[in-house]
Design a protein around this ligand. Structure first.
Ligand SMILES: [Fe+2]
Length: 281
C-alpha cells in the first residue's frame, strides 16, 4: 500500500479499510492532514487511527476536530452521540443487544457521508460489542449480473417508532447510485432476528413480494453482507478513532455482555454538497 502520510505508518486492513498508527510516541491525530485522510476514507471506505496520543479528552475537542472534516450533521442532542448502555433504554441503540445492519440518517432529511467514532471505553476482548461494517460498494462491484439486476428492482419500506433520536417511515430502493461516483451502493436495514431480545423492533416490508420471497431475500442478503470478502468486525480498543464511509458501507453491532463499559462517541459529517434523503416520506 502507498504510504500517503509520512507522519504515520499505514497498513491495509482486511478485507477493506486502512489502519494508521503513529510513527513516534507523541504523534497526534490532530496533526494529520484532514484532506489526505478524507481522500483515503473515500477510497478505502474505513480508516482506523490507533495508538495516537489522545486528543479527545472531552467531546468538545472531538467536535472541534470533526469540524475540520466538513459540516457536522446536528441532532437534537447536538453534534456528539454518546453510544452506551442505559438501564432504561427505549431503543436497541442504547441497550446491549446486537444491532442489525443499517445506514445512518435513514430517517433524517440528509444522509451523512462519514461517521467519526471515538472509543472512550472499550469492552474487554471477550465481552462482545464489536461494530460490524459491510462494504456494499465492493459487493455490488463483484456480484453476479443477474442477481444485481433482480436486486435493482427491489423497493423496501421501513418503519420504526420514534422513541429516541430517530424514527418514522422511509421507502428506499435496495440499490442506489453512489451520489458522487459511478459506483452502486446498497441501502438496507436488516430485519431484527426474531428470537433475540430487541427493544423497539422495526418493520421491514419489501414491495410486491410474498412472505416467502422476502424471507429468501433477507437470507441471501445476510449471506453476502457477512461474507468475509465484504465484512469487517471491529474490536474496539480505548482511544480508537474509526472514520467510516456511511454512503458505501452498512454497519451494525455485535451484542455485548450487559454492564460492560462500552462507550463510543459518534459525530456525523455531511457530504459536500449535502446529500438529501430521497427515501424520506
Ligand atoms: Fe448506526
Amino acid at each position: 500500500m502507498v504510504n500517503y502520510l509520512s507522519e504515520c505508518v499505514v497498513t491495509a486492513n482486511n478485507p477493506f479499510g486502512v489502519i494508521l498508527t503513529p510513527s513516534h510516541p507523541f504523534q497526534r491525530i490532530i496533526d494529520l492532514p484532514v484532506d489526505t485522510l478524507r481522500a483515503m476514507a473515500r477510497q478505502h471506505q474505513l480508516l482506523l487511527l490507533r495508538g495516537f496520543k489522545s486528543d479527545f479528552v472531552d467531546q468538545s475537542e472531538l467536535t472541534r476536530y470533526a469540524e475540520q472534516w466538513g459540516d457536522i450533521m446536528m441532532w437534537p442532542f447536538g453534534a456528539v452521540l454518546n453510544i452506551r448502555e442505559y438501564s432504561d433504554a427505549k431503543d436497541h441503540i442504547f441497550d446491549s443487544s446486537y444491532v442489525p445492519m443499517h445506514w445512518d440518517g435513514m430517517y433524517k432529511p440528509t444522509i451523512p457521508e462519514f461517521q467519526i467514532f471515538h472509543c472512550v471505553d472499550a469492552p474487554g476482548q471477550q465481552n462482545g460489542g464489536r461494530t460490524d461494517f459491510s462494504n456494499t460498494k465492493k459487493l455490488l462491484a463483484e456480484v453476479d449480473a443477474e442477481l444485481l439486476s433482480y436486486w435493482r428492482n427491489i423497493v423496501i419500506t421501513y418503519r420504526i417508532e420514534q422513541v429516541a433520536h430517530y424514527g418514522g417511515k422511509v421507502t428506499s430502493s435496495l440499490i442506489e447510485s453512489h451520489p458522487y461516483s459511478d459506483a452502486l451502493i446498497m441501502r438496507y436495514n436488516e430485519p431484527a432476528v426474531a428470537d433475540k431480545r430487541f427493544i423497539n423492533r422495526h418493520v421491514v416490508e419489501c414491495h410486491d413480494m410474498s412472505e416467502a420471497e422476502q424471507d429468501e431475500l433477507h437470507r441471501t442478503l445476510h449471506g453476502f453482507l457477512y461474507d468475509e470478502r465484504y465484512y469487517y468486525s471491529h474490536q474496539w480498543q480505548t482511544g480508537d478513532i474509526v472514520i467510516a464511509d456511511n454512503l458505501s458501507l452498512l454497519h451494525g453491532r455485535e451484542g455485548f455482555i450487559a454492564n460492560t463499559p462500552r462507550h463510543l462517541q459518534r459525530v456525523h459529517i455531511q457530504a459536500s454538497p449535502v446529500y438529501m434523503n430521497k427515501a424520506l416520506q
